[in-house]
Design a protein around this ligand. Structure first.
Ligand SMILES: Nc1ncnc2c1ncn2[C@@H]1O[C@H](COP(=O)(O)OP(=O)(O)OP(=O)(O)O)[C@@H](O)[C@H]1O
Ligand SMILES: [Mg+2]
Length: 591
């Protein structure tokens, strides 16, 4: 016993002295190991949004559903998607996602669902819901590390017999391991993915699958989405539009947004033999005229091999891009939901008293990525979320901000998202909304782009790029002004009605007195008085219309003033002055 204690003490002193001595570079070198991207994400599942019991379950549904919608859109198929969540035990669930999409081939199914950072979307500048090649494989990994089980897949392309298989990921190699691969006798086109997960929870909250799918249905009226809850309850979000959205187009970067690094990278891999043809073939809206202009002003010959382009030369080209006025980026690559469809969706779901939808013209943000903003504001009716029950026993309503990126609902990281920041940066009082938090408003915002600048791999919040923030604010202010006009009109209507009632009441009394004095029949005097009241009210109405028309004009002025202010702020920031963004002074907007 005494001997054992002696040994323990000796070990402790050795460890202490090693700690005091520190580790040498040579010793550290023995610890140097490489690891695969799969090992990295296995340790950092939270980076994929797979953290928190409720959030994880919703994120899994989101990954499967976005993939199904993307696949159907590319294949021009009206999506029919079914998600089933089964409870297998305490915080233990099985999720099945089934679609009628194009399916996956025997060759690609492993890479698609069993290899991280592999997919068809990352290398294409195309408006899609997924973009990283990590969503579905991340779910396969999560299933395997929480339950030790494989993900089951059935997929058919319509050309060959459908296949059934099981997938796991080899984290060391970031490779799919496929087992039990069999060909099925029945006909099936589409994909079914079934996986089990532990440490997750199905609830009915604002951040749960049901709300996620409800919002998906709002932004994708062409999709039929079914959810079977653990209780067996089946909810169907019916397709309200039979038209398949036009397939998004792959586009090239716009010269106004591209960085020196991106231009240098493109130059290294281009097939073009000269810088001039490289610029024309790899960039959007760049033609002979621009090439001539650049050739005149750079210090090198544009016939040079693009692979030999130096960093400094790329910088010269970018400087020239800033001076040339290019046509705005191609917009035919972007696919907005469209004002009419948003109106239809929102009116059927929130049944508001007033609805205003604005689609801004496309813009470009840093990196040459085209984007576009769509905003809808629904006021009154069932707009907003249900709030507390007030003293009169009436259920109050609260503002509801529905954020979307490429038609995909964003439910988490609300505070970090450009959309929330833009909504909060607006001085809503100017638009007749005294307290935004308690307003019966549904604010719907969809940002579309060939590349959404997410703040993290979890794809929950959009980064507040200057150009995106500006467009979001302009769209919100535009809808805000329409709400303001509506609220003002509602108020004036109520006041007019009260006035009319009062005038009519006194007209009868005055008619009696006047008829006595003028020796005229009371009825005759009363009719004349009523006609006078009506004339007076009509005159007031005319004045209102004129004021409204004047209001419209000043809205344009406000927008121009805002754009001017943003321009000025940008210049000031460039000069290093305080360019802090504040709400612009908007003339004629306060009551
Ligand atoms: N249901 C499906 N039908 C057809 N193809 C699919 C389906 N699900 C996934 N895929 C294919 O598998 C690839 C990988 O999917 P994954 O979700 O991992 O990445 P992604 O969708 O490309 O990007 P992100 O990580 O942003 O979701 C996709 O790019 C797509 O080509
Ligand atoms: Mg995906």
């Amino acid at each position: 016993m005494a001997k054992e204690k002696e040994n323990e003490e000796q070990e402790e002193t050795e460890a202490e002295s090693a700690q005091l001595k520190g580790t040498s570079a040579e010793e550290i070198a023995t610890e140097f190991k490489e690891h695969s991207v799969a090992e990295f994400f296995k340790k950092n599942m939270q980076m994929l949004g797979l953290t928190g019991k409720i959030k994880t379950l919703t994120t899994i549904v989101h990954e499967y559903v976005t993939n199904s919608l993307d696949a159907c859109e590319e294949a021009k198929i009206l999506p029919d998607i079914e998600v089933q969540v089964k409870e297998l035990g305490n915080e233990y669930y099985e999720i099945t996602a089934k679609d009628n999409g194009p399916g996956l081939t025997k060759e690609t199914v492993g890479k698609a669902l069993g290899q991280l950072l592999a997919g068809t979307k990352f290398h294409r500048m195309m408006q899609m819901r997924g973009q990283q090649g990590i969503g579905a494989a991340g779910c396969t990994m999560l299933s395997q590390i929480t339950t030790g089980k494989a993900t089951q897949v059935i997929t058919g392309t319509g050309k060959h017999a459908p296949i059934s298989l099981e997938i796991t990921i080899d984290p060391k190699k970031n490779e799919a391991k496929i087992s039990n691969l069999t060909e099925l006798k029945k006909e099936f086109k589409g994909t079914v993915i079934r996986a089990k997960f532990k440490d997750v929870k199905y609830v009915n909250s604002e951040q749960a699958p049901l709300e996620y799918l409800r919002r998906t249905a709002i932004a994708n009226p062409h999709a039929q989405i079914t959810l079977i809850e653990p209780s067996g309850n089946k909810i169907v979000f019916k397709r309200t539009l039979k038209e398949i959205p036009a397939k998004p187009l792959e586009i090239k970067p716009h010269p106004k947004g591209i960085t020196v690094d991106e231009l240098s990278t493109l130059a290294k891999y281009t097939k073009a033999r000269q810088v001039s043809s490289f610029l024309k073939s790899e960039l959007d809206r760049l033609g002979d005229k621009a090439v001539e202009e650049i050739a005149k002003n750079v210090s090198f010959d544009l016939r040079k091999d693009p692979r030999q382009l130096t960093w400094e030369e790329s910088e010269e080209i970018i400087d020239q891009f800033k001076k040339i006025s290019f046509i705005a980026p191609r917009t035919d690559g972007l696919r907005s939901i469209g004002e009419e469809r948003i109106k239809k969706s929102l009116s059927s779901i929130v049944v508001p008293e007033f609805l205003s939808v604005v689609t801004r013209k496309p813009g470009v943000y840093k990196g040459g990525f085209p984007f576009q903003v769509e905003v809808g504001i629904a006021f009154g009716g069932n707009a907003g979320k249900t709030g507390i029950v007030n003293e009169e026993g009436r259920q109050e309503r609260k503002v509801e901000i529905m954020r979307f990126a490429n038609r995909t609902p964003l439910l988490f990281d609300t505070g970090a998202c450009a959309i929330t920041k833009a909504v909060q940066s607006i001085d809503w009082k100017r638009y007749g909304i005294k307290d935004l938090e308690s307003a019966p408003l549904t604010v719907f915002v969809n940002l579309i782009s060939v590349h959404i600048p997410y703040t993290s791999a979890g794809k929950q919040a959009i980064s507040d790029e200057d150009e995106i923030m500006e467009e979001l604010r302009l769209a919100l202010m535009d809808t805000g002004r329409k709400i303001y006009t509506f609220i003002g009109r509602q108020k004036r209507q109520a006041e007019k009605e009260a006035k009319r009632k009062m005038f009519y009441k006194y007209a009868s009394e005055v008619a009696y007195a006047v008829s006595e004095l003028a020796q005229k029949p009371k009825k005759q005097v009363e009719d004349k008085l009523h006609a006078l009241v009506l004339k007076h009210l009509k005159l007031e109405e005319q004045k209102e219309k004129e004021a409204d028309a004047k209001g419209e004009a000043s809205e344009e002025e406000i927008e121009k003033a805002y754009e001017k202010k943003m321009e000025k702020e940008k210049k000031e920031t460039a000069k290093g002055k305080d360019g802090g963004k504040k709400e612009p002074i908007e003339e004629g907007e306060s009551e």
